[in-house]
Design a protein around this ligand. Structure first.
Ligand code: GLA
Ligand code: ZN
Length: 694
């Protein structure tokens, strides 16, 4: 959709700016609540997330509920035009519950039950835990879902982890029975004739464990799918009483980046809005640009936006530093604004922080917060936050706008799981995420709006599809990609693609399995390279891409034969020197490229995608060259495009205009002679939509 989405809440048609607010830490400091309200207004914060991890203050003893403090907080918010996302407190339990009902505690893979403590230490299957959560959520919903300050629900906090208790084992077996119907089908799918693994009764099946079955790939894959489904089911149960009380209030749960445990796509249908927590490690090496970190977070923003294909929320970020990283650098001047608006550029309708006021004690007392231990507003961090609040108000017309991506990267969770479990030619690291980023970053440098999609997505709106290391490739996805190419799409696949199906069973009859025809190649062998090994690829003269020269290759090399594809580059060394390393197959109206080797030099990807983007006509946010480390992203309301030019290069950059007429929406001034961006600088420009002109 190339238009505007309705705001996350009908109560507020502005960007959400706020933080996790935990006033229960300050009960013994009564002046704090009122002072907080004054400071929230000063910081131009409009929405606070309240009640995350508040269970021991909401139900200090079983059945004794103490909501009065929350009444007061929410009423005070309502009196002051501040809104709240109300959390369900299931992320951590009070100690009384673990003592009285030990079954709520998680059982580790070695089958040992955990002690009470920490957070997320609960079983997602336990009937008692589910009942306690339902009672709590029902109480909260009945009391607050019509409260004027409450605009939505923040379900739990960063779901994650798994439990191996008897309830979970039983639920897993039922899940498997539903999926496979017969044991015979399960034994076949997991290839259980190997190592005498055939099960003769469902009761023999156990979750993976270090003291038991741990190398059965089909089991591992299904266990991970089950853990996702069980967590989704738990989340659905959390949501049910909230929707009964008031179906209008949107629900979200805060997700995490690089979190392989849960297939977040399975949550999409039960949530109204996607939210996630971003903690980039800016400035780790001050002699280098921040472009790598920026591209990695851009990728995650794109992935979370693509989950629903509409604006998401940046639920947590730090206004200062995260206390959990090996070294915690401070944000350099400009970086707070740049980092926050990077989320907005990629589709966020909020900038929120963890947390509002720095804890006085306990685990995260040094994690950056809007209000520091000093207690007043005269800090660099507070000024950064307040200034950002002003900027968000100035650019409010961007809120609700959409992203039009014509490029997509394929990123499936079950591929992520399977490719890491494979036991293949490089068990010391095949660097799946890094491989994805080689490709994504080149598109990011070019300012190409990109979706990050799963196999179940519709491909018809894309012109360019990149499938890095798509080891697990379903037959039907292979067929879908074939159609995509035949109809004129440009497709890029790499080494170690099309190897297994959804059961982790190898495709028979030649790799890359269901993509063999589309790519016009047969991948006969693959070699793992030691860390110290190198090979290279060299472009053939007069290749259609017009690329030249040699590029270094590491880690993995496919030895392929062409079956209709044209060779663009070949291996340089070893017994396979001269054999194809980069090929192009023409199919129908489209083109399918196969990169057989792990090229390590970013310049290869930059040149390669420069050409592909030009020849496939993929939409760019900025139609002129951008300096390295400077990127452009756009959002559109259908009539106007909002272009975010962002400088992560670590130095001042000047950018020449791309032919459109622009206004800077922070200053309302026409842009005349190009743009100078300081280090960590950002400019937000408005133009008549170029999609509309087309
Ligand atoms: C996570 C959690 C928060 C807090 C922050 C900062 O994202 O959701 O509760 O722990 O990290 O460390
Ligand atoms: Zn359990």
């Amino acid at each position: 959709m190339a238009g505007k989405f309705s705001p996350i809440t009908s109560k507020l048609s502005a960007f959400i700016h706020g933080a996790d607010y935990n006033p229960e830490q300050w009960f013994k400091y009564p002046e704090v609540l009122l002072e907080d309200i004054r400071l929230m207004k000063l910081a131009r914060c409009n929405v606070m997330t309240v009640g995350v991890f508040s269970w021991s203050n909401l139900e200090p003893e079983e059945g004794r509920f103490t909501f009065e403090w929350l009444d007061k907080v929410l009423d005070t918010f309502a009196d002051n035009d501040i809104y709240a996302l109300l959390a369900t407190p299931s992320g951590a339990r009070p100690a009384w519950m673990s003592v009285k009902y030990p079954e709520v505690l998680r059982v580790a893979p070695n089958r040992q039950r955990n002690l009470h403590g920490f957070r997320h230490n609960h079983c997602f299957t336990s009937p008692v835990y589910r009942e306690k959560v339902t009672i709590m959520n029902t109480r909260l919903a009945e009391r607050y879902s019509k409260h004027p300050a409450v605009i939505g629900w923040h379900i739990s906090n960063e779901y994650g982890g798994e439990c191996h208790c008897n309830y979970c084992q039983e639920a897993f077996r039922q899940w498997l029975q539903k999926k496979y119907q017969t044991l015979d089908a399960l034994n076949d799918s997991w290839w259980n004739a190997f190592w005498s693994r055939i099960y003769s009764d469902w009761s023999q099946i156990e979750s993976p464990s270090p003291n038991g079955e741990r190398l059965l790939h089909g089991l591992n894959l299904d266990w991970k799918r089950f853990v996702t489904d069980q967590t989704v089911d738990f989340c659905r149960q959390e949501i049910a009483p909230l929707k009964i009380a008031n179906a209008e209030l949107p629900v979200t749960t805060n997700m995490m980046y690089n979190f392989s445990q849960l297939d977040y796509r399975k949550f999409v249908n039960i949530l109204d809005v996607i939210s996630w927590d971003a903690y980039p490690t800016w400035h780790d090496d001050l002699s280098q640009a921040d472009d790598k970190v920026a591209a990695w977070f851009a990728f995650n923003h794109d992935m979370f936006r693509s989950l629903k294909g509409k604006p998401f929320m940046l639920m947590e970020s730090t206004p200062s530093y995260t206390n959990g990283h090996p070294v915690s650098k401070l944000k350099r001047p400009g970086m707070h604004k740049l980092s926050s608006l990077q989320a907005v550029a990629h589709g966020s309708d909020s900038v929120q922080y963890f947390q509002w006021r720095k804890s006085r004690g306990n685990t995260e007392k040094f994690h950056g917060a809007v209000i520091d231990h000093v207690g007043h507003e005269h800090t660099r961090v507070f000024r950064d936050v307040a200034t950002l609040g002003e900027t968000l108000a100035q650019i409010s017309e961007v809120q609700g706008t959409s992203t039009q991506a014509e490029a997509a990267i394929l990123f499936d969770w079950d591929n992520w799981w399977a490719v890491k479990d494979a036991m293949a030619p490089r068990n010391k690291g095949i660097h799946y995420e890094e491989t994805v980023m080689h490709h994504y970053k080149a598109l990011w440098e070019l300012g190409v709006p990109t979706d990050v999609i799963g196999s179940e997505y519709d491909l018809t709106k894309y012109k360019l599809l990149v499938a890095p290391m798509a080891y697990l490739m379903r037959e039907d996805m292979g067929a879908k990609i074939e159609q995509f190419v035949a109809r004129g799409g440009t497709f890029v696949a790499t080494y170690w693609t099309g190897i297994v199906d959804e059961h982790d069973l190898c495709h028979l009859g030649g790799f890359p399995g269901p993509l063999r025809k589309t790519l016009g190649i047969w991948a006969e062998e693959i070699e793992g390279l030691h860390d110290h090994d190198r090979n290279g690829i060299i472009f053939r003269e007069n290749n259609v891409l017009g690329m030249q020269g040699t590029y270094e290759v590491r880690e993995l090399c496919d030895l392929i034969h062409t079956e209709g594809a044209e060779v663009l580059a070949e291996y340089q060394e070893d017994f396979y020197a001269g054999r194809p390393a980069l090929t192009l197959n023409l199919l129908g109206e489209g083109k399918a490229y196969y990169l057989a080797a792990c090229v390590s030099e970013p310049t290869f990807y930059d040149s390669f995608y420069n050409r592909l983007v030009a020849e496939s006509g993929v939409r760019r946010a900025w139609n002129a060259e951008l300096p390295t480390g400077v990127t452009a992203q756009e959002r559109t309301d259908g009539n106007y495009d909002f272009v975010f030019l962002m400088n992560f290069s670590g130095k001042e950059q000047s950018i020449s205009l791309d032919g459109s007429f622009y206004t800077n929406i922070e200053t309302n001034m026409e842009v005349i002679d190009g743009i100078i961006l300081p280090s960590n600088g950002i400019a937000i420009l408005k133009r008549v939509s170029t999609a509309a002109i087309k």
